[in-house]
Ligand binder design. Structure first.
Ligand code: NAP
Length: 331
């Protein structure tokens, strides 16, 4: 029997890198198409590299050649135009097109928790999420009209060793280590879900080629819910800082000081987000998230501490934090 084939568009990113590894472990013939420029996460042995730029239909076509795939998993589609380009090139040449959407597409702020796949999609705050919803709408219509074999997967905040969980990244850790106050949005008690990419990949690869996944949508997250205060103190502990100085700042004030940071807060992270993963577990019964954030945080700090070149401090973010801390510090 021949192995099922999967093509990853992207494939060496934060989430997709773990999916390529897991797909190889599960016996897929794995193809990865990207521009061949990223070096942070090397291609795993056994994956076949195809070179192309997905934003250019001809480049994508040339990269794929005359191959057909059992599954195409698209990590690089952000607008309906992106999705349409993929369908123009790939429809009829794959048994399943898996679109990577985002859990930020769910009703924001959430009217009820936990979030299930039946939760409405609506995010007035974040264009990125509205574009993902428009992509989903296109795919759902194509499924209804002509039976396009598609599956929608919505990751929530998913990390690997390179991704610190808060805005500001290393700048926050650097401040903690220097004994400076750091900005925690809101009052730090809203709940957030952080998923390790290896856990995500376990459930994700279980959906590839699964007939019950066609025409349907799933999120995949861990079942660990953490208040933001705990996320900051967990990172601080991994960084060797026993008592980080947390200053709580309303998300509105963050948005006024830094619109980009604010958009991500008001459109996503300032609201409690917890998920019911029953639906994906029905199709992938052995899925259970195994990596708690206390372990993930240690992996992240070990990665940054291994090479000072990774420890980039953002002067503008530092200045914004100094200003917010001065205004919101409790005397
Ligand atoms: N991480 C999260 O928390 C989260 C949450 C919700 C949704 N998502 C979604 O997850 C997806 C991102 O997944 P990921 O983090 O694993 O990253 P990814 O999409 O796999 O992105 C990085 C990869 O894409 C390749 N790439 C970038 N631009 C390209 C282009 N124009 N043509 C071909 N390849 C290109 C890069 O390689 P080269 O540079 O070598 O081309 C690299 O391999 C996005 O759709 C995002 O909306 C992520």
């Amino acid at each position: 029997m021949t192995s099922p084939s999967v093509l990853f568009l992207g494939g060496t990113g934060i989430i997709s890198s773990a999916c390529t590894v897991r797909a190889l472990e599960q016996g897929f013939e794995v193809f990865v198409l990207n521009r061949g420029t990223s070096t942070t996460r090397p291609m795993p042995d056994g994956a076949q590299s195809l070179i192309g730029d997905v934003s250019d239909a001809d480049s994508l076509r040339n990269g794929i050649g005359d191959r057909e795939f059992d599954v195409v998993a698209d990590f690089r589609a952000f607008t309906p135009t992106d999705v349409q380009t993929r369908l123009d090139v790939l429809e009829g040449r794959t048994g399943q097109y898996v679109f990577i959407s985002s859990a930020s597409a769910y009703q924001t702020p959430p009217g009820r928790l936990p979030v299930r796949e039946s939760t409405p999609l609506r995010n007035p705050f974040w264009q990125y999420s509205r574009d993902k919803i428009a992509c989903e709408d296109l795919l759902v219509a194509a499924y209804r009209e002509r039976g396009l074999p598609m599956t929608i997967v919505r990751p929530s905040h998913t990390y690997d060793k390179t991704l610190l969980p808060f805005d500001g990244g290393w700048t926050v850790v650097d401040r903690m280590r220097r004994g400076l106050e750091v900005v925690v949005p809101g009052d730090g008690t809203s709940l957030w879900t952080l998923t390790h990419h290896a856990d995500f990949a376990h459930a994700f690869v279980g959906l590839l080629g699964h007939p019950m996944a066609l025409g349907d949508s799933f999120h995949i997250t861990s079942d660990e819910w953490l208040p933001w205060n705990e996320i900051y103190t967990t990172v601080a502990a991994a960084a060797g800082v026993a008592e980080p100085k947390l200053v709580h700042v309303p998300s509105d004030a963050i948005a006024a000081a830094d619109p980009d940071w604010g958009a991500g807060m008001l459109g996503d992270k300032s609201h409690s987000m917890i998920f019911d993963n029953t639906k994906v577990k029905r199709l992938v019964p052995d899925y259970v998230a195994r990596i708690p954030f206390v372990q993930g945080a240690r992996e992240i700090l070990a990665y940054y501490d291994a090479d000072p070149a990774r420890q980039q401090v953002d002067a503008a973010m530092n200045a914004t934090m100094d200003d917010l801390v001065a205004r919101y510090r409790v005397a």
